[in-house]
Design a binder for this molecule. Structure first.
Ligand SMILES: Cc1ncc(COP(=O)(O)O)c(C=O)c1O
Length: 461
C-alpha cells in the first residue's frame, strides 16, 4: 500500500488552543470541504507526529477525537481513513479567508460605537462587584424588569427627559431593538412608517415581524408629517428619532412634534419614539421627550447602549401600564426576561452617578470632535446639524461618495455611506462617526478624507 501524502496542517504553539484540538479542527475542515474525500487514507499517527514535530500522543488524540465524531474510521490492520460522509451531511464549506489587502486593520468610522471615558472604569467595576456580592436569584426575574430597576429608570427619565411616569409604566428591555420587537405584536394591525434615511435595524425588526414598512421622508424639521398624512390609513404606527434624527442629526422642531401628534391622533395610530442620542446634546439640554406631549399615544424607547456600553444590552420602554403588563405577560410565557446581573449592574451605575459621569464626559469629547470634523470637512459639502451625538453627515454627490469611500478604504478607513441608511430617499453622502476611534485615529482619518475629497471633487464636474 502506498504511503499516504503528508497533510497540510500547521501547528501554532502558544496560540492558546491545545495542539490536538488544532490538528483535529484542521483535519475536520479538510474533510468537510471535500479536500480529503471519503476513503482517503491518512498518515499514521507516528508519521503525522514526525511531520509536524509534535509528540505522537498529540497526533493520536486528534485522530481519536475525529474517530469519535465520525469523520474518520479505523480499519484494522490498514490504518485510518476518511469516513463515508455524504455531501448532504457536510456543513456548508466556509469560504477561504482572503488575505487582507493591507497588513493594517481597517478602522471603521461607525455611527453606533460610543466613546466611553476610560477614566471611569472604576464605576463599571464597582457595579459588577456589587453584582458579585449579591446572592444569585433562585427564579426567573420579573418579566417587566426588577421592581427597583423600573423605579430607578422612572426617576432617571423624569430627571433627564422630563418624562413623568411610574415604575409600572416602565419595562426593562435589552435595548431599543428589543423594545421595538416586544412592542410590534401589540400594535394595531397595519403598516409602520419609518424615517428614510433612518435606523435600518428598526426597519429590519419590523419586517422580520411580518409588518409592511412605509418610507417617511425627513426634511429640515424632522420626519415629514405631510408625507405621513398622504400615506394609506392602514399605517398605524410611526417610528421616529426626534431628539437626534438618525442619521441626519436633525432635532425635530416643536411645531413638527405637535403636527406629528395631531396626524397620529387623526389616524388613530401611535408613535414609537426612539430617544436616540438625547443624552449627547453639546450645547443645551435636549428638548423634553416627545412622549411628554402625549404619553397615551407615544411609546418611548431608551437605551444604555450609548451611555454605558452596547454590550450591556439594557434599555427601557415607557408606555401605558396596561401595555407594559401585556408585554410582560407574553415575556413571562416565553421565559424571555431581561438578565438579572445586567439589571443589577445598571442599577448600581445609576445610583452612584456613574452613568451621569459617563454622559458628561462623552458629551464634552463629542462636542470637541464634532468641531474638528466640521472644521476639516465643511469646505467640501453640507454638514448635518452639529448639535449632538457621535457622528456627522456630509452631503455629497453619489459618484464622489463612491470614490471617497474607495480611497479611504485603501488608506485603512471604512467611512459609512449614507446609502447604508436609505431605502427610497435620494440623499447621498457620508456618515462620519467619531465615537469609536482615538483622537489620533480621527486626526489621521480626517487627513485621509480631505485628500480623498479634494481628488474626487476635482474629478466631479
Ligand atoms: C437610531 C438608533 N437607535 C437606537 C440605537 C441603539 O440600539 P440598542 O439599544 O438596541 O443597542 C442605535 C444604535 O446604534 C441607533 O442607531
Amino acid at each position: 500500500m502506498a504511503t499516504p501524502a503528508p497533510l497540510p496542517l500547521v501547528v501554532r504553539r502558544g496560540a492558546g488552543t491545545p495542539l490536538p484540538a488544532q490538528l483535529a479542527a484542521q483535519v475536520r475542515e479538510l474533510v468537510t470541504r471535500g479536500t480529503l474525500s471519503s476513503g482517503t487514507r491518512l498518515p499514521s499517527s507516528r508519521a503525522l507526529a514526525a511531520d509536524l514535530g509534535v509528540s505522537r500522543a498529540v497526533a493520536e488524540q486528534a485522530y481519536e477525537q475525529l474517530l469519535a465524531e465520525g469523520w474518520l474510521e479505523a480499519r484494522r490492520g490498514s490504518g485510518t481513513f476518511v469516513a463515508a460522509v455524504s455531501p448532504a451531511g457536510r456543513p456548508h464549506p466556509r469560504p477561504t479567508p482572503r488575505p487582507a489587502a493591507s497588513a493594517e486593520p481597517v478602522i471603521r468610522l461607525g455611527t453606533g460605537t460610543p466613546w466611553i471615558d476610560p477614566r471611569q472604569q472604576a464605576g463599571w467595576r464597582r457595579a459588577w462587584r456589587d453584582v458579585a456580592h449579591a446572592d444569585p436569584p433562585t427564579g426567573y426575574p420579573d418579566p417587566a424588569g426588577l421592581p427597583e430597576v423600573r423605579a430607578a429608570i422612572a426617576a432617571y427619565v423624569a430627571r433627564t427627559r422630563g418624562l413623568d411616569c411610574g415604575p409600572d409604566e416602565v419595562l426593562v428591555t435589552l435595548g431599543t431593538g428589543d423594545g421595538l420587537r416586544h412592542l410590534l405584536p401589540t400594535l394595531p394591525p397595519g403598516a409602520v412608517a419609518f424615517e428614510d434615511p433612518g435606523y435600518r435595524a428598526a426597519v429590519a425588526a419590523c419586517e422580520f415581524a411580518g409588518r409592511r414598512v412605509h418610507d417617511l421622508p425627513v426634511d429640515a424639521e424632522g420626519a415629514s408629517v405631510e408625507a405621513l398624512a398622504a400615506m394609506p390609513d392602514d399605517v398605524r404606527a410611526v417610528y421616529v428619532t426626534p431628539a437626534h434624527q438618525h442619521p441626519t442629526g436633525i432635532t425635530m422642531s416643536a411645531g413638527r412634534r405637535l403636527a406629528l401628534l395631531e396626524e397620529v391622533r387623526r389616524r388613530n395610530a401611535c408613535v414609537v419614539e426612539d430617544d436616540y442620542d438625547s443624552e449627547f446634546r453639546y450645547d443645551v439640554a435636549p428638548l423634553p421627550a416627545l412622549a411628554t406631549l402625549d404619553p397615551e399615544r407615544v411609546v418611548h424607547l431608551g437605551t444604555a447602549s450609548k451611555s454605558v456600553s452596547p454590550g450591556l444590552r439594557l434599555g427601557w420602554l415607557v408606555a401605558d401600564s396596561g401595555l407594559v403588563a401585556e408585554i410582560a405577560e407574553r415575556r413571562d410565557l416565553a421565559h424571555d426576561v431581561p438578565s438579572w446581573p445586567a439589571q443589577r449592574a445598571w442599577l448600581s451605575m445609576l445610583r452612584d452617578g456613574h452613568v451621569d459621569k459617563l454622559v458628561r464626559s462623552a458629551r464634552r469629547v463629542y462636542a470637541a470632535r464634532a468641531g474638528l470634523v466640521v472644521a476639516a470637512l465643511s469646505p467640501y459639502g453640507q454638514i448635518g446639524q452639529p448639535v449632538a451625538g457621535m457622528y456627522l453627515t456630509l452631503a455629497l454627490p453619489g459618484d464622489v461618495v463612491e470614490a471617497v469611500t474607495r480611497d479611504c478604504l485603501a488608506a485603512g478607513f471604512d467611512v459609512p455611506s449614507l446609502a447604508e441608511t436609505t431605502r427610497s430617499s435620494p440623499r447621498t453622502g457620508l456618515v462620519v462617526g467619531f465615537g469609536g476611534v482615538s483622537d489620533e485615529e480621527l486626526a489621521r482619518a480626517l487627513d485621509v478624507l480631505t485628500t480623498a475629497l479634494t481628488t474626487a471633487l476635482a474629478r466631479h464636474t
